[in-house]
Write a protein that binds this ligand. Structure first.
Ligand SMILES: Cc1ncc(COP(=O)(O)O)c(C=O)c1O
Length: 692
């Protein structure tokens, strides 16, 4: 493959033609004479507005040089104003200001804003300026870990260390497994190294190339500190909990958070306060937690230590985060945002503000999900002014493998570099392709891309929720195909694999790797499927409502680590087992779809919960249920024995709370007795509704 050389444009802004002309020609001749690995070429603008047009339109723009003579608000102020405007639109651009030496005071002010450096107007050393601009790009586009990894592989050292395949030497001449060598390629195997190579630094104690890579990532994403992680956001969520939460500390969390968050509750022994997310039942899609619910939870739990929300949600719904973060901070609550699906947002204004820009203290991002890194490659960004670095490191190291996969770390370096150097351009293209795809799918008259108005549950309509336009939820209900059939036919006949589906929608994710030809193939498939539409069956499904959270009898950790006993979900007559009523669950029980935990460890089981699970498992649509035990081929729920419940160390916490609240019998053992006598509602009354 031919090597592609980058093109980098540098914009020089001045309304002083007498200064601008020699500056442009001096810089152009320096770029021709000197080494120019980034392909820097100079263009000009005469006004701030003209400069902004270029900043918005030119995806190859990397540098802006602003002359202080820019007309406008008085000497230098127009330059400062423009620097701020550019910075808030594209923070990744490098900004330089041209001043006279006696304007140092203003420089200080500028530098503290958005500016990376300045040039002296009285000393027009264009050769020197060019060298500085080129060095700036070298610094920004550096991939210190990836470079060191490549350099090490090129040195061709003999391996007398792990991993056992020894750079692929165990594979390459084997009649049995050399195909694996061919399949993954020599470089990946040679680069699969271990901590025995000191020049590659240590992920668990970075002081060299990994530390530098982390600093570059922090600058790129706008964090005080960034950590590279090779175990996915599933792990980084847990690391943050263990750093912030002592046993029994309150955590406010969306009940629909990713399961790693629920696992983190068990591991940290936190006391969860679940917030119900909104739900669009028509399409089976969960939305954000209503602002009113969050504010109420903050008010009722001022002693909470942290709040965690998912932004954007899997389906692309974005909170209006700033006021939420402010309300939490006012109460002294730290804010953690799971941005697993929104890592690219910093690099195009259409997606901002990011969670960090809204003031979040901790942000976890699966760089691998939406940018260019290998699966499991994630980052944690920290902006907490009270960050306990030592504690975080201890927790990070508790979860990290001592043999991290180096290709993942290199891919984080590369993913960050790409986002920084061409994220704006690629995302701009993605947005255009997304708009085109949306228009074409809608023009079939059969399929329809849902917009925010369709997806927003009523309870969050006035919450300022936005939709990420790179996540397309397509309503397929008029096609006569079920979602499963549609996914299958797209896969078998049109070679297309989507992200996920509900009973009436299909979700397609666009990203920096979306190409025009993929868009054409998808449109072609949708047009053909629209033509082949079937008679729409009379029945349409609405999502079964997940039963409301009942209450906790003890902390999730106390229940999870007990042996418990297993009770069948169904009785001998195939009805929901009444013996489960009032018992305390030991596991997290969760059905896909919708993916919200029906039960968490420590939660009291009620008749609607048993009926819901029974109906799901007996229904004719396949659902995956996690967390149930299998006893002789029958589903069972692991519950605490009465002795275990009474001995649970956190039990008193809940009994005390009840007494304080004055509804003492709600979580008392007597209530458990009473619940056992409650009638079990019929399965049909609580689960999936079918409409004619
Ligand atoms: C909201 C959310 N958070 C965290 C994760 C886990 O991320 P990872 O796959 O990087 O472990 C996921 C995975 O799907 C997710 O949807």
């Amino acid at each position: 493959m031919p090597s592609l050389k980058p093109v980098s444009r540098a914009l020089v802004v001045s309304n002083d033609a007498a200064w601008l002309e020699p500056a442009l020609s001096g810089l152009a001749s320096a770029s021709a004479r000197l080494d120019n690995p980034f392909g820097i070429a100079f263009v000009s603008a005469h006004t701030g507005d003209h400069a902004m047009q270029t900043v918005k339109a030119d995806g190859d723009l990397q540098l802006v040089v602003i002359d202080k003579s820019l007309a406008g608000l008085g000497a230098g102020q127009a330059a400062l104003d423009l620097a701020n405007r550019i910075n808030s639109w594209r923070p990744e651009l490098s900004l330089y200001v041209v001043l006279s030496d006696d304007e140092r005071a203003m420089v200080e002010e500028l530098v503290s804003h958005a500016v990376d450096g300045y040039f002296d107007r009285d000393e027009p050393d264009y050769h020197g300026w060019f060298r500085i601009l080129s060095a700036e790009l070298a610094e920004k586009s550096a991939t210190p870990f990836y470079d060191a990894l490549q350099a090490y592989v090129k040195m061709a050292k003999d391996s007398w260390h792990s991993p056992g395949h020894s750079g692929g030497d165990s594979l390459k001449n084997s009649p049995w497994v050399s195909d694996f060598y061919e399949f993954v390629g020599e470089n990946l195997l040679r680069a699969d190294l271990s901590v025995s190579v000191p020049m590659l630094d240590s992920l668990l104690h970075p002081t060299g190339v990994i530390a530098t890579a982390q600093n570059l990532a922090a600058t790129a994403f706008g964090a005080r500190k960034t950590y590279l992680a090779t175990n996915g956001t599933s792990t980084t969520n847990k690391i943050i909990f263990q750093t912030l939460l002592a046993p029994g500390d309150k955590l406010l969390l969306d009940r629909n958070c990713h399961k790693s968050v629920h696992h983190g509750v068990i591991l940290s022994d936190a006391r969860p306060i679940y917030l119900d997310s909104s739900v669009c039942r028509e399409f089976g899609i969960f939305g954000p937690v209503p602002k009113a619910t969050i504010y109420r939870a903050i008010k009722e739990n001022p002693d909470a230590k942290a709040l965690i929300l998912t932004c954007c949600t899997y389906d692309g719904m974005l909170y209006d985060l700033k006021p939420i973060v402010e309300a939490a901070h006012k109460a002294g609550i730290k804010v953690i945002i799971d941005e697993a699906w929104y890592a690219f947002a910093r690099f195009h204004p259409a997606f901002r503000p990011t969670a960090l820009e809204c003031g979040a203290d901790y942000v976890t991002q699966s760089i691998h999900k939406t940018l260019t890194s290998f699966s499991q490659a994630s980052m944690v960004h920290v902006n907490d002014p009270e960050f306990d670095e030592h504690l975080f490191r201890e927790n990070f190291n508790m979860y990290a493998s001592t043999s991290p996969q180096y290709a993942l770390i290199a891919s984080l370096d590369v993913g960050r570099k790409q986002a920084m150097m061409e994220g704006y351009k690629l995302l701009d293209r993605t947005l255009k392709l997304g708009a085109e795809l949306r228009q074409k799918i809608n023009s079939t008259g059969v399929f329809r891309v849902l917009d925010i108005g369709d997806l927003l549950p009523d309870e969050v309509r006035n919450d300022g929720v936005r939709l990420d336009p790179t996540k397309l939820t397509v309503d397929i209900s008029k096609s006569g195909y079920s979602a499963d059939e549609m996914e299958q036919v797209l896969f078998d006949k049109y070679n297309i694999q989507g992200e996920k589906s509900t009973f009436s929608t299909l979700t397609l994710l666009l990203g920096v790797g979306t190409t025009r030809s993929k868009v054409s193939r998808l449109c072609d498939a949708m047009f053909r499927l629209a033509k082949d539409r079937r008679r729409v069956p009379k029945q349409s499904y609405r999502m079964a409502e997940v039963p409301h959270f009942s209450w906790l009898a003890c902390l999730p950790r106390s229940a999870f680590y007990e042996s418990g006993e297993c009770l069948y979900l169904l009785d001998d007559d195939g009805r929901p087992n009444e013996a489960l009523t009032g018992r305390v669950c030991c596991d997290q029980v969760l059905a896909y779809p919708p993916g919200i935990p029906v039960l968490v460890p420590g939660q009291v089981i009620t008749p609607p919960i048993t009926s819901y699970l029974a109906k799901l498992l007996k229904g004719n649509k396949p659902v995956e249920v996690h967390g149930l035990a299998d006893i002789d081929g029958e589903y069972a729920v692991r519950v605490l024995t009465q002795e275990e419940l009474e001995a649970a160390p956190s039990r008193s916490l809940f009994l005390q709370d009840d007494e304080k609240a004055g509804d003492g019998d709600r979580q008392q053992p007597q209530k458990v007795q009473q619940l056992e006598q409650l009638p079990v509602p019929s399965a049909d009354s609580v689960t999936e509704e079918v409409h004619d």
